[in-house]
Design a protein around this ligand. Sequence first.
Ligand code: MRU
Length: 321
Amino acid sequence: MKVEGKEYRSLWVEKNLIKFIDQRKLPYLFEIFTAKTVDDITFAIKNMIVRGAPAIGVAAAYGMALSKKDLKKSAEKLRATRPTAYDLFYAIEYMIDKINNGENRFDAASKYVEDIIEQCKKIGENGEKLIKDDMKILTHCNAGALATVDYGTALAPLRLAHRNGKKFFVYVDETRPRLQGLLTAWELKHECIKHVIIADNAAGYFMKNKDIDMVITGADRIAKNGDFANKIGTYEKAVLAKENNIPFYVAAPKSTFDNTIKDGSHIIIEERGKSELSEINGKTIMPEWASVKNPAFDVTPAEYVTGYITEEGIIKGDFSY
Ligand code: MRU
């Protein structure tokens, strides 16, 4: 992705240190977080310095590469960071397999990241075909280069369509409580793609007024029958899209497809802390006594999905990927 004219990935390696664009600080500050140990990586994942399913997977792969002796313990620590995104678990198994086969740890992690980037590029090429001139497209959360190392999943088709000269407009859900929509807007701004940020509860208004022609989101885990977990609020957008006859696409690579679970009822939903809701940028917006519930994801049934944009093409579940 381009930032101020320079090419960036959301994370990269420098002399066996892992560098992350600190996503807690964006879009206000562009700062780099450096991880030297597995514990630094677990800290980065838990605290959302790195976030987004494929990027979390890549971070975990590098966590495994950094682990000194006890591979099992490192794997356990990494698995305990965040429960919902399948990529995390997929990447850890991938690394265990490669290391047990005698591969160099950093080479294996680098191969993992290059594969993810290639898959996201293919998702872009496949999804780009859905985008026509003058379309208005809604997206939720951030499924861009930040969430996937480069290109993005949901944002990859938009990025490539724009680079191919197509003219379209993006509605960006602000995505309470952590406002990942700002990350999406930041990426679109740097790519010079026209967009506006809307409040999460405004999407239905725009759909009903025929201001949205298509919805594209990413996914954190997709079950065998096509039910998928994504950022909280995705489910209601999918229901509204169906009600308004708007196609709803999910973009994700192989590492997000969990073939071990038959449907979405088996997906563990992460609950996050109170301060994500009760504070904005460190400023309290609720009285002390307010109690909150903060599920980070919801599950959308497969029946609401028009198609899954993958590196292999656009598919419709029930599938084994
Ligand atoms: O909690 P996050 O920010 O890590 O969650 C990420 C998402 O849910 C995104 O919406 C995304 O679609 C999955 S990552 C490409």
